[in-house]
Every structure is written in structure tokens, then in C-alpha cells.
Ligand binder design. Structure first.
Ligand code: PLP
Length: 389
């Protein structure tokens, strides 16, 4: 089979990110690597062993399926795995038997955990997720009393791995008041639980953005997703870290986060287009002057978002070239008029570095701060992943 594109993961970039983040978190704080969404598109099976090499010993995912993928990929039996979201009764049973921990965000799941632990003959390792103001998942204030009663009544069936919460948008100053309120509520309820004998191994609340801009939210553990892959949660987070380092000039700010992923393809065909002709479907791109166009075999089916129609950039022979026309299902068209030396078979960098130039997911545009997350997570499983130094 001919590969239309491939993804490379950089061992050294991940190592540097993990070292930087651990330094920021401080001594004794556990870094849990969030690998939901197929490790933000990086590929759980390749990413997990690489993160273990970098010293990570704990992973968090959304679903039980993902937890199973992490268990299959880990190279150390004691590497810990946590399910933060979906798990049906069969998955809870698997998790208890396997020693995989999971979030408890309602009383029903706590009861199910107790029953399962009794049946399986092993303790349920739980993280009590508290509702503090995001209004998504979490035990409400009124759930805490019955939860504590159940934990007391079935003490031998539980290990309380954690008490946690999640912030509603720590990457934006616009949410500052809401985040501060959540921090306050979390500490109150945590104190309430601790006063009633609930002693979690880890108290945790921070995601990447919170860990970077609200250091007081880093308690015993931080759940780091996007930053370990080398991306800032938002431009704002990046600016705030740059300012704090006394290096406000974006040019002089040496980015401590290194992109782990590169995504590459090759020029499949070249074509000349006469002035006055449209390129591709419809009339979204008109050649005002004669153009030379390279056709590259990636499209929205391979995760190259349609929003990059007439907007994206790729690298060929160390130079940036514009995506022109609409992104198709399996192809994009790139303007290479100024680069006469471009040939069929030349490497095309969609994300990554070529010579001295760099294309990052976020440099695609400032359209949306969530473009990083979304674009990465859509990289299909079928694209082969390899590790590079
Ligand atoms: C996704 C997720 C994280 C990680 O978020 P990042 O912004 O990628 O660091 C942390 N905690 C929970 C509950 C999550 O769902």
C-alpha cells in the first residue's frame, strides 16, 4: 500500500515538554498524561510507551475502550490508568479487576463500584469528581453526605485514589471570576470530605492551562493534555507565561514547549493553470495570473480541515506555500508558482519543520483557539505513526 501521508512523533520534544512541565509543577507533584482522543491524535499505541520513556507513570483517558488501549500499550505493568468518563457496567468490572481507576461523578456509579468490587474481590479505585461550577459532570453538594456514608460502610471495597474537579475554561482570562469561584468551592468541599475521613491519594484539579496560569490549582497532581504535546492551550496562556518570564517580546520568547508531532505527505502531481481559470470545485479560487499548482493527497478525510480552504499553508523545499481552493476529501491544491524547482515526489510538510521553516497547527490561523485540539484529534488512526529521535 502506498502511504499518502505519515505522522512522526519526536522522542526528544516529548522529553523536553515533560521535563519543563514537571519543573513547573514542582517536586512531588504527579503528572498525569491525558491521552483521550487517541492521545490527541498522536496515537495511543505509539505515544504511551514514548511518554513512559520520558518518565510518565500515569495516564488518563475518557472511555474504557481508551483505557484498554493504554493497558495494551504500556510497557510497565505499574503504570496507572484512569477513566475520566464513559464506562458501562462491563467496563467497570474490567477496570476493578485490572486495577484501573475511574471517576465517580454520581451516586449510581459509586454504588455500582461497591457491588462490582464485592463481586470481583478487588477494591474499586475511584476518583470522586466534584461539581464546582462547570455544570458538566461531578458529585453535587447534596451527594457528598450519602457518598461518604457508602465509602464508610464499604471501606474495604474502595481505594480513594483521588478527589478532583475540572475548570470551565482556564485558558481564558474572560473566565477568571468563574475559575476563582470553582477553586474556592473545591477547597471547601475537599475540606468537608477530609474532615469526614476521606483521605485521597491525589487531590487534583488542574489541566494544562490551569497548571500554567493558576499554579495554586496544582495540588498533588495535574492532568496535562495539550501542553505535553507541545501546544499552548491558547495564545493567551502563552502570552501570560512569556510575560511572567519577563520576555514579552514574542520574538525573544524561547518557547519551552516543543511540538511532538510532524505530519508529512508528498507532491502527487503538478499542473499549470491559465489566468482566468478557477482551481478545484466551484469558484472559490480564481487564478488572476498563470499559476503552477501542486496536488497533495491529503484532504478532510485525512484530517486536513475544510476550514483551511484558501487559508492553510504547507512547506515544500523549505518554503511556505498557500493552499488554494477548497480542501477536498482526499486532496488539496497548493500554489507553487514561485517555486520552479518543485517536483512530483517532493516532501510536503503539513505540520512540522522543513529546513528553517515551521508550520504548527496553530499557525494555520488564529481562527479558533480550539483548532489545535480539534485538528489534532481528527488525525485518523490509519495514518502510520513512527517515532523519530
Ligand atoms: C481533557 C481533560 C484534561 C486535559 O486538558 P488539557 O487542556 O488538554 O490539558 C484534564 N482534565 C479533564 C477532566 C479533561 O477532560
Amino acid at each position: 500500500m502506498i502511504e499518502t501521508s505519515c505522522i512522526e512523533l519526536s522522542r526528544s520534544a516529548l522529553g523536553r515538554n515533560v521535563r519543563y512541565l514537571k519543573r513547573r509543577l514542582g517536586p512531588g507533584v504527579r503528572l498525569t498524561s491525558v491521552v483521550k482522543g487517541n492521545a490527541y491524535g498522536h496515537g495511543i499505541d505509539v505515544f504511551v510507551p514514548l511518554a513512559e520513556e520520558a518518565g510518565v507513570r500515569s495516564f488518563a483517558v475518557f472511555s474504557a475502550e481508551e483505557a484498554q488501549a493504554v493497558v495494551a500499550a504500556r510497557t510497565r505493568r505499574r503504570t496507572e490508568v484512569t477513566i475520566m468518563g464513559a464506562a458501562d457496567p462491563a467496563a467497570i468490572e474490567w477496570a476493578v479487576a485490572e486495577g484501573v481507576s475511574f471517576y465517580v461523578f454520581d451516586l449510581g456509579r459509586l454504588e455500582a463500584a461497591a457491588e462490582t468490587a464485592a463481586r470481583v474481590g478487588a477494591p474499586a479505585r475511584v476518583h470522586l469528581e466534584l461539581e464546582t461550577g462547570m455544570h458538566r459532570l461531578g458529585l453535587e453538594a447534596g451527594d457528598l453526605e450519602p457518598a461518604v456514608e457508602l465509602l464508610r460502610a464499604c471501606a474495604d471495597r474502595f481505594v480513594v485514589e483521588g478527589v478532583s474537579t475540572h475548570f470551565a475554561g482556564a485558558e481564558s482570562i474572560a473566565n477568571h471570576v468563574r475559575i476563582e469561584r470553582q477553586i474556592g468551592v473545591f477547597h471547601e468541599r475537599l475540606a468537608w470530605l477530609e474532615a469526614r475521613g476521606v483521605k485521597p491519594r491525589y487531590r487534583h484539579a488542574a489541566c494544562s492551562a490551569a497548571a500554567l496560569v493558576y499554579p495554586e490549582t496544582v495540588l498533588d497532581m495535574a492532568r496535562i493534555g495539550i501542553a505535553q504535546y507541545g501546544y499552548w492551550p491558547s495564545q493567551e496562556t502563552r502570552m501570560r507565561v512569556a510575560l511572567e518570564r519577563g520576555e514579552p517580546g514574542a520574538r525573544r520568547f524561547v518557547d519551552p514547549l516543543k511540538r511532538v508531532i510532524s505530519w508529512k505527505s508528498r507532491v502527487m502531481a503538478l499542473k499549470r493553470v491559465a489566468a482566468g481559470e478557477f482551481v478545484g470545485y466551484g469558484s472559490s479560487y480564481l487564478a488572476n495570473t498563470p499559476r503552477r499548482v501542486a496536488i497533495v493527497p491529503v484532504g478532510y478525510a485525512s484530517g486536513f480541515t475544510r476550514r483551511l480552504s484558501n487559508r492553510g499553508r504547507v512547506l515544500i523545499r523549505g518554503r511556505r506555500h498557500a493552499v488554494i481552493g477548497l480542501v477536498n476529501m482526499n486532496m488539496i491544491t497548493v500554489d507553487v508558482t514561485e517555486a520552479r524547482d518543485v517536483r512530483v515526489g517532493d516532501e510536503v510538510v503539513l505540520i512540522g519543520r522543513q529546513k528553517s521553516r515551521d508550520i504548527s497547527v496553530s499557525s494555520f490561523s488564529e481562527m479558533s483557539q480550539f483548532l489545535n485540539y480539534e485538528m489534532l484529534v481528527r488525525l485518523p488512526r490509519e495514518i502510520p505513526r513512527r517515532v523519530v529521535p
